[in-house]
Write a protein that binds this ligand. Structure first.
Ligand code: SF4
Ligand code: SF4
Length: 167
């Protein structure tokens, strides 16, 4: 399928926080040879396109605060010369965008013809990614029951996800 994004100059990659799952992070690290800390972070929650079930609650000083796992953004760390450098293994959210987690299209950043094509053709999130997202939400729920410190969160997510991949 020809991508409607060919009609655009990667506006979402430049302007949004790119939320990811720990599966995405491990896949990107393995495929690029980059250390996770070089491109991903646990970031304070200030997002416009997040899924409530992926919000991480961490102790930060005296009180718990909300965070999200994301790619270093604005623009996305992997955008170079207007192109995605990890196209073959780009994150779940990039495959599903501009369809939001509520199933509705959020095309305010898309050129009008591209937004129209998305509504007609749909998006191309692989089924396996949808399964990973469900699995990641279970790991997030487990973290949120314990609410550890933000500095320990990434290690927890990666360790649990590696164990799920092995099992
Ligand atoms: S999803 Fe929309 S905003 Fe993002 S690159 Fe494609 S057309 Fe542009
Ligand atoms: S990973 Fe690729 S498609 Fe996703 S936001 Fe970054 S540059 Fe865009």
């Amino acid at each position: 399928m020809i991508s409607p994004c060919l009609l655009c100059s990667a506006e979402c990659c430049k302007n949004l926080y790119i939320t990811v799952t720990a599966f995405d992070v491990l896949r990107i690290s393995e495929s690029t040879g980059r250390a996770v800390g070089g491109f991903a972070e646990i970031y304070p929650l200030k997002l416009i396109n997040f899924d409530n079930e992926t919000v991480l609650e961490c102790w930060d000083g005296k009180y718990p605060a909300e965070y999200i796992l994301c790619i270093k953004s604005h623009p996305c760390f992997f955008l170079e010369g207007g192109r995605c450098t990890i196209h073959d293994f780009s994150p779940c959210v990039c495959r599903s965008f501009p369809k939001g987690v509520d199933g509705r299209f959020k095309t305010r950043l898309c050129p009008i013809p591209a937004g129209f094509l998305f509504r007609v053709l749909g998006t191309n999130m692989p089924r396996a990614y949808a399964e990973e997202l469900d699995c990641y939400k279970e790991t997030v729920a487990e973290w949120n029951r314990g609410k550890g410190k933000v500095k320990d969160c990434m290690e927890f997510l990666l360790k649990k996800t590696k164990a799920r991949i092995k099992s």
